[in-house]
Design a protein around this ligand. Structure first.
Ligand code: FMN
Length: 253
């Protein structure tokens, strides 16, 4: 019997975290949606791994639940869990996810979160320095060992809602709606197209002039941080956070 974790990752933290869960195979949700990967109908143990975005479930994972999981025959599922990565405070993200699954008739058995370096630039502007990232991963590894042990025992424990849950969920859903971002490319671009292939939203098209950014950006900053030439600019931002997995493993198309 296969045990699978469906992963949405922007900059790689979540893929790294999901791979630390023993006994499970990870699949990127974009590859499931394109048919390159499958979650077989007889899957009994299924995890979902994703980052907190604006105090809620990252947009691509919410869409995956609504558009893919809602259409699938989920009757074989016996143990379902969520693994959340976040940088400071996820607030009710795990309770939000519990509701997403509950709305399509899937019962979440276990949820847990782990702290990781932040790739979000609008607030901090400067990318997380390597040394700080290393320290964060050393702590995250300890937490991930605990979580892996709990999942192996099929522990039942789900994050609860708190005050203002509905309000915060509504605000978060609005905040993560895809929209145009202030990203641009400068003269260092060598048109390698990595940004186009890495963008989880398929929002970047390489043209003669360089990358063109559409209006479906979810501000994951994967393109910015992974550009091999550091040629993608965001107003006021400096440095790149390379993340814990090679860029090739984040290619979605
Ligand atoms: C658009 C965006 C919004 C974020 N919002 C939150 C948040 O509300 N709370 C939090 O703790 N971390 C937040 N973060 C940090 C990420 O959850 C964290 O860095 C995560 O590990 C990134 O995972 P990834 O590398 O798999 O994309 C946000 C990051 C981004 C890019």
């Amino acid at each position: 019997m296969e045990r699978i974790i469906a992963v949405y990752t922007g900059t790689g933290n979540t893929l790294y975290a999901a791979r630390k869960i023993e006994g499970y195979r990870t699949v990127l949700i974009e590859k499931v949606l394109s048919g390159e990967e499958t979650i077989p109908d007889d899957t009994e143990c299924l995890g979902f791994a994703f980052p907190a975005y604006c105090w809620g479930v990252a947009y691509p994972m919410r869409r995956f639940i609504r558009e893919y999981m809602a259409q699938r025959d989920n009757s074989a599922l016996e143990y379902v869990f969520a693994l959340l990565t976040m940088a400071s405070t996820p607030l009710y993200t795990l309770a939000d996810f519990d509701k997403e699954l509950g709305d399509i008739g899937i019962a979440l058995a276990y949820s847990a979160c782990v702290k990781m370096p932040d790739a979000y630039l609008p607030l901090q502007k400067k990318a997380v320095p390597e040394e700080k990232a290393r320290e964060a991963f050393a702590k995250a590894d300890i937490r991930l060992r605990e979580i892996s042990g709990e999942i192996a025992k099929e522990t039942i424990s789900v994050a609860k809602r708190g005050p203002l849950f509905r309000f915060i969920r509504a605000v978060s859903m609005k905040a993560i709606t895809p929209q145009r971002n202030r990203l641009s490319a400068d003269g260092r671009c060598i048109k390698c197209s990595l940004c186009e292939r890495i963008c989880p939203m398929g929002n970047i098209r390489m043209s003669e002039k360089g990358p063109e950014f559409g209006s479906e950006c979810i501000s994951c900053f994967a393109c910015y941080h992974r550009c091999p030439q550091n040629a993608i600019a965001y107003p006021g931002a400096r440095g790149q956070y390379r993340g814990p997995v090679p860029s090739e493993e984040l290619i979605r198309r």
